[in-house]
Design a protein around this ligand. Sequence first.
Ligand code: HEM
Length: 229
Amino acid sequence: MTLSLDFFRSSIGKKIIMAITGFIWFGFVILHMVGNLQVFQGPEKLNTYAKFLKDLGPLLWVARIGLIVAFVAHVCTAILLKLENSSARPVSYAKNSTIQASVASRTMAYSGLLLLTFLIYHLAHFTLGYTNPDHYTHEYILKNGDVVHDVYAMVILGFQDPTISISYIVFMVFLALHFSHALGSMLQTLGILAPKHNPAIQKISTGLGLLVFIGNCSMPLSILLGYVR
Ligand code: HEM
C-alpha cells in the first residue's frame, strides 16, 4: 500500500501514469482513424462498422469507461506535475530558457486543453447529436435488411459545413503537435529507447503525429471539396 502511494507521489510514477494513459488514447485515436477512413468505401461499409461497434454492447462500455478513466488520470496527473514543477522553481527565469525546446513541448498544456474542447464538441456532435440534430436522425438500411443509424450521412452532412470541417482541421494541428511531443516523452519515460536514440525518437514521433494529421484531415477535406458525397 505504502509502496503504491509512494509510486503515485513520485515524479517518475506520475510520468509513467502520463505515458500509459497517453498511450491508451494514442492507440484509440489510431484505431478510430482507421475505422473512420472506411468513409472512403461508402455508406454500407462505414455503417456496418458502426453497427459492429454498437453490437459490442457491454464490451463497448468497458472500452468507454477505460478511456474516461485514462483521460481523467492523464489530465489530473498533468496538473499535479505542473504544480510540482512550479513549486520546485518558485521564481521563474528572467529569460525564457526553453529556446531549445520544440514548439510542441512548450505548448503541451495548451494543445491538451484545446483537445479537451475538441472532444467535448465532437461527442456533442457525433455521439450525442446535440449540436446538429438534423445530422443525427437519418437511418440506413444495410444489405442484410438491418435498419441502422446512418453514421455515414452524419459524417458527410457534418463535414459539408465549412465551419465544422475547417475547425476539425485546425484541431488536428493541435492533436498532431500534442502527439508528436508526447510520443517522444513516452518512449523515454518507459525506457523503451535509450537517450542515445533521441533523434530517432523525435523522427518517429513527428512521423506518427503527421500520419494522424493526414489521416484525420483527409476526411473533412475530401468531403468539403465534394470528392466524397
Ligand atoms: C476526422 C476525424 C474524426 C472523425 C471523422 C470521427 C468520427 C466519429 C464518429 C462518426 C463518431 C460516432 C460513432 C458512432 O456513433 O457510431 C465518433 C465518436 C468518437 N470519437 Fe471521433 N472522429 C474523428 C476524430 C476523433 C479524434 C481525434 C478523437 C480523440 C482525440 C475522437 C474521439 C472520439 C470518441 C471518444 C468518440 C466516442 C466513441 C464512443 O461513443 O464509443 N474522434 N467519432
